[in-house]
Design a protein around this ligand. Structure first.
Ligand SMILES: C[S@@+](CC[C@H](N)C(=O)[O-])C[C@H]1O[C@@H](n2cnc3c(N)ncnc32)[C@H](O)[C@@H]1O
Ligand SMILES: [Zn+2]
Length: 271
């Protein structure tokens, strides 16, 4: 059964053949890759909102090399720790992209259920095709088609959201894990682009309605000796548009690259 609800009237779905139908007879086809597109046309800011295909393909190729595996494992480990006393939790990966973290977390949290939401249709299509036992849908993080207080844990890795929607979705005493860039994240790329590198904020603002339980830093070096891997890392970030051709050529002419990853991981509990 899908955890998602009708985005138009917020009632539950019933599956009839390959269509999800709500109590008020709104119909949503299940795509052949087994995901739902629940983004109302009027909620779209552009024709294809969210990350585009090029970014998504670069991200998948980079993540496949294990470059961010330490982060995925850390988030899975923390999730497992906080859900240990819950019989069957519902977990949401908000802004899940092509599903890399969603899958790793789902594998680790065997007895729990995981779903993923992203506004990028191409990312969700790739996610659903590869990870068939996870529920995915195309929707906005600002208007998530899930019932009030239905989620035990939301994971938000580099994705936008607003506190009101997080409060609405998460059960009382439920959890929120956020991952944001820490000051040294991809420093060796940023120092090529900018004359003066602005450090990312050390600490996030508090999330309204939640109490912070823990904050940790995950820092490690990527030793890259494959030009394609470096290019994928650049292309999956907004840095792709910030290099001048000269600076990019100079960087790519090196034969190896030591690049720091620096993540800020915060765990919150809903009040
Ligand atoms: C930097 S990516 C991170 C993706 C994934 N969490 C990861 O780390 O691989 C940010 C993601 O947020 C999605 N996104 C952007 N705006 C969104 C919105 N309003 N609602 C839901 N997802 C959104 C993008 O499509 C993209 O997949
Ligand atoms: Zn409906």
């Amino acid at each position: 059964m899908t955890p998602f609800i009708c985005p138009l009237c917020q009632t539950v779905f019933n599956k009839v053949n390959n269509t999800q139908v709500c109590k008020n007879n709104h119909h949503f086809d299940v795509a052949k890759e087994n995901y739902l597109n629940l983004l109302p046309v009027q909620a779209k800011s552009s024709k294809n909102p969210g990350d585009n295909k090029e970014m998504m393909i670069a991200r998948r190729a980079f993540l496949n090399t294990g470059g961010y595996l330490p982060l995925a494992e850390k988030v899975a480990e923390i999730s497992e720790k906080y859900l240990v006393n819950i019989e069957q939790a519902q977990v949401l990966d908000l802004g899940c992209g092509e599903g890399y973290y969603t899958q790793l977390i789902n594998q680790r949290l065997k007895k729990h259920r995981t779903c993923g939401v992203d506004i990028s249709k191409v990312a969700i299509r790739y996610a659903a095709k590869r990870y068939q036992d996870i529920d995915f849908c195309v929707a906005s993080a600002y208007q998530v088609p899930l019932a009030d207080e239905s989620i035990d844990l939301i994971i938000r890795i580099y994705a936008p959201s607003k506190a009101e929607e997080l409060i609405r979705l998460i059960k009382k005493n439920g959890y929120l894990i956020t991952v944001t860039p820490a000051p040294r994240h991809l420093y060796q790329l940023r120092e090529v682009i900018y004359e003066n590198v602005n450090a990312h904020a050390e600490e996030n603002e508090a999330v309204q309605g939640f109490s912070k339980l823990e904050q940790m830093n995950l820092n490690y070096k990527l030793n890259i000796d494959d030009k394609e891997q470096l290019q994928n890392l650049i292309n999956m970030t907004p840095f792709a548009w910030k290099f001048t051709p000269e600076k990019l050529t100079k960087l790519l002419n090196q034969s190896f690259w030591d690049i720091e990853c620096d993540f800020n991981i915060e765990i919150f509990k809903k009040n």
